[in-house]
Design a protein around this ligand. Structure first.
Ligand SMILES: [Zn+2]
Ligand SMILES: [Zn+2]
Length: 441
């Protein structure tokens, strides 16, 4: 009997729990959330047409006259204040809400890649360009056509609810992410000189997640992309008489191996670090010790302390090995793109909105940091920033990698991304607005 009472109690608790889950998953959306959903649905065909047009006409680097003109024109039609000319083709659109609140920014990058598209899509790019004397196709193989479209979509949705919107939203259409310091130049050119966002949001398409999923990482998301060029020199001599000159190949080989030992032995395993010598060129014939060996390496890590420690240790190692061999050398070490850090508090805040808007935690996928780079990181030097991964793998296709000629993104991700970011920004502004109001005496 007692067992039966317990069983009934367990059943009751289970039913109650199930009912709460169903209720949480289907809790009614606020009027604003419903409005954003309806606006997004109405806008979707137009956004898909814009995306396909941008995809069909990709542009490279910081010179994106066509794409930036589309963006500027779209912002103008929405009634945004438009400023142009940052990093050559960068555009910002400023949307002033009807209620007091802080400044927030959303970034979308617009540049494509020198890749010949092989997707066979009806709107595939057929454009060609010449780089270093060689002809190549041009393709939006990193999803920046989607990022640009999301920027326009969120601007359109928030412009439609601007009377209720607290504060100001700056939409940042950035060129040159793939190659040309776009973010750094936008900042250097004064894009945020007199309008300083207190937070930055962005998406990058995620080629590992199905459309409908959102990837997130709290803390470091992308790595510092540093590197060095090294030339080891020698007088050169006959391969049969190696005692007559320094062998720069042997010295270079020793350095390549010693670098791997250094990473494994001089840093904690918890300090994610990669040193890859991806290029090693020397020599012309088997019986000649060449006059030089040239090495190029990429050095990936997180944080300022680690990048400085790596530069110091690599410089020490190269100097000592070359000096031990009596080899003159030139080491050119450079700090490249800054590591991307997702502010944990901003990430958590946005995730709460995402869970509500997407209806469940299951759509949110926690991801490990990557050793790749993304120049969205520079906006994090101005204010807390967070970049989410927007799942774009089509339901019926295997994942195709970004930067591949076969990369295909599911357009179903566009309305998902627009509605979610509009809610994230609105919620953030409302929360920040409330906090600011409380501080007023
Ligand atoms: Zn890319
Ligand atoms: Zn990209």
């Amino acid at each position: 009997m007692m067992r039966r009472v317990l069983a009934l109690a367990t059943l009751f608790i289970a039913l109650f729990a199930a009912a709460s889950i169903v209720q949480a998953a289907t809790s009614p959306a606020s009027p604003l959330e419903k409005k954003i959903k309806a606006l997004t649905e109405k806008l979707t065909p137009e956004l898909i047409a814009i995306r396909e047009d941008i995809h069909c006409h990709p542009e490279l680097g910081n010179q994106l006259p066509r794409t930036s003109a589309i963006v500027a024109e779209y912002f103008r039609k929405l009634g945004l204040e438009v400023r142009t000319g940052y990093a050559q083709s960068g555009v910002i659109g400023i949307l002033k809400g009807g209620k007091p609140g802080p400044v927030v920014a959303m970034r979308g990058d617009m540049d494509a890649l020198p890749i010949t598209e092989e997707t066979g899509l009806p709107f595939a790019s057929k454009d060609k360009t010449t780089l270093d004397g060689r002809e190549t196709g041009v393709m939006h193989a990193c999803g920046h056509d989607i990022h640009t479209t999301l920027l326009l979509g969120v601007a359109a949705v928030l412009a439609a609810v601007r009377a209720d919107l607290p504060g100001t939203v700056v939409f940042v259409a950035q060129p040159g992410e793939e190659c040309c310091d776009g973010a750094k130049l936008m900042i250097a050119d004064g894009a945020f000189k007199d309008i300083v966002p207190a937070a930055f949001f962005a998406y990058h398409v995620d080629d590992t997640l199905k459309a409908g999923k959102i990837g997130y990482t709290s803390g470091y998301k992308f790595a510092n992309v540093d590197g060095f060029d090294l030339e080891i020199r020698s007088e050169g001599c006959h391969g049969a008489d190696p005692q007559l000159c320094v062998d720069p190949i042997v010295v270079g080989a020793e350095i390549v191996t010693a670098l791997q030992v250094m990473v494994a032995r001089e840093f904690s395993v918890h300090n994610n670090t990669v040193v890859t010598v991806g290029s090693f060129h020397a020599g012309t014939a088997p019986n000649i010790i060449p006059r030089s060996a040239k090495l190029e390496a990429t050095v990936r890590n997180y944080g300022e302390d680690q990048r400085r420690a790596l530069r110091e240790k690599i410089t020490r190692l190269v100097t000592n090995i070359c000096e031990a061999a009596g080899a003159p050398f030139t080491l050119d070490y450079s700090f490249g793109t800054l590591a991307g850090y997702n502010d944990p508090a901003l990430t958590a805040e946005a995730l709460a909105t995402a869970e509500r808007v997407l209806g469940s935690k299951a759509a949110l996928v926690e991801q490990k940091p990557e050793m790749g780079g993304e120049d969205f990181s520079y906006y994090g030097t101005i204010a807390p920033a967070v970049m989410f991964g927007l799942g774009v793998v089509p339901p019926d296709l295997e994942a195709t990698a970004v930067h591949s000629p076969n990369f295909v993104a599911d357009e179903a991700a566009i309305p998902i991304g627009v509605a979610l970011m509009a809610n994230i920004i609105f919620d953030h502004q409302a929360k920040a607005g409330r906090a600011a109001a409380k501080k007023v005496p």
